[in-house]
Design a protein around this ligand. Structure first.
Ligand code: FUL
Ligand code: CA
Length: 487
């Protein structure tokens, strides 16, 4: 006979077993990366003397007095970004031309030498303040390549560069990104030398120690972006898209002839698709200018809202993020055309994803982990990223059926995995019930943070199902939604 006390013990043990969440799979996102995934769409803003020279890469010789916006307005820019659905802004605090937009102590080539706000201005602060005031996250890009600095190429410059980062990391609040790129070395002004300087970027910048000792210490929530990581990788192009199958994990590989994988030296062929079962969680950022160039040029036009929506599907809809280049004009504001394009894009997304057409449906899963309601299939319809449907360990290819009280018409499918437990699913399919049979309407691969599928033609159905068709482990799906493109 089981004694009452041991029976109670057994019950408690069984109960806690049934509550055990699935074991995490593979490389996992750090909390800062989970927050980054939620940002989805953000912007990167280029506005330096290069804007006034109508160039893309300033040589580093522009007179600081040329930086003279007639009506700079950080709020105009931030509000336009916000209307576009952007949830963060990365400011290029210093581009390759070397002009610092903040009153740095590290170089004379900075904003205090310009007429901006009578030499008392701090553009980094104005943008940071405006962003925070309107609920956008803030980040910085400080170009390592500096075509103005006389010390560029010597060990002395590395100290200067690190000090610039230190100033940016300490004076402008919490940053969501520290953006770095691999463009470096070449010709430039270099304090008047006007020559070509080549550096070995596998050794010169010593990124490991900069990121470990500065970035991680002073800005632990900042996601380090570079072409291979550490936190966020480059998509491998500047078109705003990743591969249809794109994994959030990556095993950075050195490029040919090099024995280290550092910014600018990575083998970019894996960037658009990532590495299935890669060593690190390093999801992709798709950076693309809103216009043709990163800087404002009067003859160029912004992308249409339709084009932006398409890029959204090819970036955010493939588990990556969309980073749109914003280029203020010589007034220091976004052109009306850019404002209009952003607004229409933002409205398009807002309207389309306002209601999950199956939010009120009932759902039946073949398996729910430990019969426990905290892992119920209902969790995929509740609109909350933190609740998920999980299956028992041996249910790796489960399905869930959705029943509605009346038919709905949709042309967009959206699925999210609970990424805190890793990227688990490898293949999935969606079916609708038609003439007493299941008909497959879509078959896909990677999901991760989000997978959005736009169907060629709208589908009408009252009953549908999501099938996970390939996964090395049990699944953890946090959301499933059907939507109708509002346009
Ligand atoms: C690149 C730079 O060379 C471009 O000028 C621009 O800043 C872009 C965002 O990153 O690597
Ligand atoms: Ca959920």
């Amino acid at each position: 006979m089981i004694k009452p006390l041991s029976f109670l013990f057994l019950l408690t043990a069984l109960h806690s077993f049934a509550q055990t969440p699935p074991k995490p799979y593979g490389a996992l996102p750090a909390p800062r990366q989970v927050a980054w995934h939620e940002t989805e769409v953000y912007g990167i803003m280029h506005f330096t003397p290069t804007t006034f020279e109508n160039k893309e890469w300033g040589f580093g010789d522009a007179d600081p007095k040329t930086f003279n916006p007639s009506d700079f307005n950080a709020e105009q820019i931030i509000l336009a970004a916000k209307a576009g659905g952007l949830k963060g802004i990365v400011l290029v605090a210093k581009h390759h031309d070397g002009f610092a937009l903040w009153p740095t102590k590290t170089t004379e080539y900075n904003i205090t030498k310009s007429p901006f706000r009578g030499g008392k201005g701090d553009l980094v602060k104005e943008v940071a303040d405006a962003a925070r005031k309107h609920g956008l996250k803030f980040g910085v890009y400080c170009s390592p390549w500096d075509r103005n600095n006389a010390a560029y190429g010597t060990p002395e410059y590395l100290k200067i560069y690190r000090e610039q980062l230190r100033e940016l990391y300490t004076n402008y609040g919490e940053l969501f990104m520290s953006w770095h790129d691999g463009a470096n070395g070449g010709d430039g002004y270099y304090g008047g030398a006007k020559e070509k300087r080549s550096i070995d970027n596998t050794t010169y910048y010593q990124w490991d120690s900069t990121w470990t000792n500065l970035t991680r210490k002073l800005q632990p929530s900042a996601n380090i972006f570079s072409d291979i990581g550490w936190d966020v990788r480059w998509a491998g192009n500047e078109d705003g898209s990743v591969n249809e199958t794109s994994w959030a994990t990556l095993t950075p590989k050195p490029s040919e002839g090099k024995n280290v994988a550092v910014p600018g030296q990575a083998n970019a062929t894996e960037n658009p698709g990532g590495t299935r079962n890669g060593k690190f969680w390093i999801p992709a950022e798709c950076d693309v200018p809103l216009r043709k160039g990163w800087f404002y040029h009067p003859t160029e036009k912004p992308k249409t809202p339709e084009k932006l929506f398409d890029l959204y599907l090819k970036s955010v809809g493939r588990g990556a993020a969309l980073d749109l280049g914003l280029a203020p004009d010589t007034r220091g504001q976004l052109h009306d055309d850019d404002v209009a394009s952003l607004k229409a894009f933002g409205d398009h997304i807002k309207k389309t994803f306002a209601v999950n057409l199956i939010a009120r449906a009932s759902s039946r899963a073949v398996n729910v982990r430990g019969y426990n309601s905290i892992y119920s299939a209902k969790n995929i319809l509740d609109g909350k990223a933190d609740t998920y449907w999980a299956t028992d360990d041996d249910f790796k290819t489960p399905e869930v059926t959705i029943d509605l009280s009346q038919p709905v018409t949709f042309d967009i499918i959206a699925i999210q995995e609970f990424i805190k437990l890793g990227q688990r699913v490898e293949e999935f399919a969606v079916d609708v019930w038609e003439n007493n049979n299941w008909k497959e309407i879509h078959k896909g691969t990677s999901i991760g943070a989000k997978r959005i599928v736009k169907l060629e033609v709208p589908v009408t159905a009252q009953k549908m199902r999501l099938r996970i068709t390939k996964s090395p482990v049990s699944v953890a799906i946090s959301e499933f939604g059907l939507y109708m493109d509002s346009e």
